[in-house]
Design a protein around this ligand. Structure first.
Ligand code: AOF
Ligand code: ZN
Length: 367
């Protein structure tokens, strides 16, 4: 039985080392796009002799740092890495060759490389007579690099729609008041999501109504590119988003936008880019061109519906607060999708529910 054999060869220790790889990989959270988050650990005789992670594009890969740290103790050792070692000359040489040259005896891999250009390390290592185990802690490994996998497979950024709603499905009261739907724990979780994101997107309405800062706050010195989509540029002159000393801001607009308003924003250090067509599809293409691979939509219902309809949302993070505001005209998280029958409802898969007391986070994926 193949599963039994595999179970014997992959131990709890192996799984713990793979978890360590993910922890190391996460040190570069938000800094590696369009590259993946990768960590590596070298273990000789049950002892960790080297660790490393990939800091970002153009820099050495995780395996290289871990092998360097291990030095001669890599000979006969096991290397753990959450992504299949690359087998290509990209910005850096192939990790498969580095692993072979170091005299590694066993390679434990979390997931295969979804990038067809770099894949093949596993076969290369096996051909060399090295023992290889794959798919160790696979679910956690795939989740950490879900944006990279989508990017590599579809040549598109990965879109995440985040919203916070009351138990009766409202994101604000009827007059637009929304601070705050969810509590502190949930909001901290959102800051963490911003840490992992390359871009955060809102529309002009959210900017006018909520005046959000859209930073990671205390989560670290790194912030996503804070982006507003606005055709008219009718935006408050004193918005918190124009504090470009805190984090960079980008306004995407249409050719019809008033040049004086564009100039006023640029004077404040805001980057203004005119797109021929201000649609979620074009916006995602633009992000792809800029190699921004994880896009967090924190917009209101109208833009959220347009993003979903355009296929710009792959994952949904729905925070649910145990409160009721009522109101037939109070806004809800997703506007009109043109769905008239319940069988046509968009179904989420791979659901997860987590507690951020007093709120809940329900997350899942859209096909
Ligand atoms: C690994 N270990 O730590 C990373 C890998 O341009 P390059 O040379 O940086 O190559 C980027 C590709 O290599 C990237 O698309 C992905 O397929 C793989 N990334 N591979 O063995 C690492 N970051
Ligand atoms: Zn590599």
């Amino acid at each position: 039985n193949i599963m039994d054999e595999r179970a014997e060869r992959v131990s709890d220790f192996d799984r713990a080392m793979m978890r360590r790889c993910l922890e190391l990989a996460s040190k570069a959270l938000g800094r590696t796009s369009p590259n993946p988050l990768v960590g590596a650990v070298v273990v000789n005789d049950g002892e960790i002799v080297g660790e490393g992670f990939h800091p970002g594009p153009g820099q050495p890969h995780a395996e290289v740092f871990a092998l360097r740290a291990a030095g001669a103790r890599a000979r006969g050792a096991t290397i753990y890495v959450n992504l299949e070692p690359c087998n290509h000359f990209g910005r850096t040489p192939p990790c498969s060759e580095a692993v072979i040259a170091a005299g590694i005896a066993r390679v434990v891999i979390g997931m295969s490389d979804p990038n067809p250009v770099a894949a093949g390390g596993r076969d290369r290592l096996q051909a060399e007579g090295i023992e290889v185990q794959t798919d160790v802690e696979a679910a956690a490994c795939r989740e950490l690099n879900e944006a990279f996998a989508h990017w590599a497979r579809h040549q598109q950024p990965f879109g995440i729609l985040k919203y916070a709603m009351t138990l009766d499905g409202k994101i604000a009261t009827a007059n637009g008041h929304s601070a705050w739907v969810s509590g502190e724990a949930a909001r901290r979780r959102v800051h963490q999501e911003r840490l992992a994101a390359d871009v955060v997107v809102v529309g002009g309405n959210t900017l006018r109504q909520d005046n959000p800062l859209l930073t990671t706050h205390a989560m670290g010195d790194r912030n996503p590119l804070r982006t507003v989509l606005s055709r008219t540029l009718e935006l408050p002159p004193d918005a918190r988003l124009w504090r470009t000393d805190v984090a960079p801001s980008l306004v995407l607009t249409a050719p019809s936008a008033d040049p004086d308003r564009q100039a006023a924003l640029r004077d404040r250090g805001v980057e203004v880019v005119v797109l021929e067509e201000l649609t979620p599809t074009r916006v995602m293409e633009y992000f792809y061109e800029r190699q921004l691979s994880r896009v967090l939509w924190e917009c209101g219902g109208t833009l959220a519906a347009a993003a979903i309809a355009a296929g710009a949302v792959q994952k949904v993070l729905a925070f649910i607060a145990p409160k009721i505001v009522g109101g037939a005209t109070a806004p809800s998280p997703v506007g009109d999708l043109g769905i008239t029958s319940m069988e046509k409802a968009l179904a989420l898969t791979d659901l997860k529910i987590e507690s951020f007391a007093p709120d809940w986070l329900l997350s899942g994926y859209l096909r």
